[in-house]
Design a protein around this ligand. Structure first.
Ligand SMILES: C[S@@+](CC[C@H](N)C(=O)[O-])C[C@H]1O[C@@H](n2cnc3c(N)ncnc32)[C@H](O)[C@@H]1O
Length: 325
């Protein structure tokens, strides 16, 4: 398992997560399971920002959040995201291609591509995701990390990197993930990479999330309208390092994502908004109304490339060709 940075962190989380609940009690050591000797723990506060995010990913997707439901069950926003992503990939990559789905979770995209005749390999660091993906039986699913892919050079026609980038805090890690996707795709093949729009993330944490919380639980909004963690998110795109919720690493502006794709070495780069400016409302209302979804789809298509407006999509999609084709 060495060479997979996130998998390596499993050992840290095994020791660090129990510490979260006990730090208040001032415990420095804890007996993890019945055995003769207490084990000294690594505190979460001693982890680097990325180790912290990696540790949270395993907990968040492993037990706290059902990623398998997000694109099909939670709201029409997920349906729109799924359909538009499949459509865009399908327009660029012919059926019958070899595709790697990096951060492919429980395999919804991979299964749809396998269905149209592609040979798909899914990579994800979360065992629960890989176990669910294996159950389809129509494609290969393996544990792995976007920063160090367990596959040979030039072995695919296209790579999908729909998830890892927004879980990677540091630009160097994101460029490693981009570089790995480019390495495993043949010259002239396609790389598709998703970011979470910073504008959409900022709207969620500053106004939407607190409004929903206030309406549902009556809890007060934060005492400052502009706490430090929001400043870092708005100005730098940095994910929060809290103990709960979505383990965000970095939230992109469309220009920012485009610059990363070019810095990684892709050609013919384009960044579009996936779900468009109407999707946030559908997500908040948890609506599945087909008319609303159709209206949001029309908006998404009309403004997908428009500077400024593309940033209003919850997700951004960068695409480009690998060099040498
Ligand atoms: C929000 S989900 C997106 C899943 C799916 N690709 C989609 O587009 O709906 C993010 C996925 O990225 C995976 N992930 C997080 N960090 C990763 C990393 N360093 N390498 C590979 N996958 C990672 C997570 O386990 C999760 O399955």
């Amino acid at each position: 398992m060495t060479g997979h940075p996130l998998i390596g962190v499993m050992h840290v989380i095994d020791r660090a997560e129990p510490m979260l609940g006990r730090r208040r009690a001032g415990l420095g050591t804890i007996r993890l399971r019945p055995g003769p000797r207490p084990v000294t723990l690594t505190r979460m506060s001693e982890l680097s920002p990325q180790e912290h995010v990696d540790a949270r990913i395993l907990a968040y997707y492993g037990s706290e959040f059902d990623e398998g439901d997000r694109l099909v069950g939670r709201s029409g926003q997920g349906v729109l995201e799924f359909e538009r992503t499949q459509q865009i990939v399908g327009e660029h990559v012919p059926a019958g291609s070899r595709i790697i789905d990096i951060g492919g979770a429980s395999g919804l995209h991979a299964a749809a591509l396998a269905e149209r005749g592609d040979t798909v390999v899914l990579i994800d660091p979360v065992p629960r995701h890989v176990e669910a993906a294996c159950r389809y039986g129509t494609f290969t699913a393996k544990l792995g990390d976007a920063r160090s892919l367990p596959v040979d050079d030039d072995s695919f026609d296209a790579a999908m990197l729909l998830g890892p980038l927004y879980h990677l805090f540091d630009r160097r890690d994101r460029l490693r993930a981009w570089g790995e996707a480019i390495r495993v795709v043949r010259p002239g093949g396609w790389v598709f990479a998703a970011g979470i729009s910073r504008l959409s993330a900022v709207a969620w944490v500053t106004v939407i999330g607190p409004s929903i919380e206030l309406a549902t639980s009556g809890k007060a909004t934060p005492s400052s309208p502009y706490p430090e963690k929001w400043r870092r998110l708005i100005e730098e795109g940095s994910g929060g390092l809290g103990h709960g919720g979505f383990p965000g690493g970095h939230f992109h502006l469309a220009d920012d994502l485009e610059e990363e794709a070019l810095a990684a070495g892709l050609h013919d780069v384009r960044v579009i908004g996936i779900e468009g400016p109407g999707a946030q409302a559908i997500e908040i209302s948890r609506s599945h109304d087909p008319l609303l979804i159709a209206a949001a789809r029309t908006l998404a298509g009309a403004f997908e490339s428009q500077p400024g407006l593309r940033d209003l999509s919850p997700h951004l999609l960068a695409m480009g060709r690998t060099p040498g084709g």
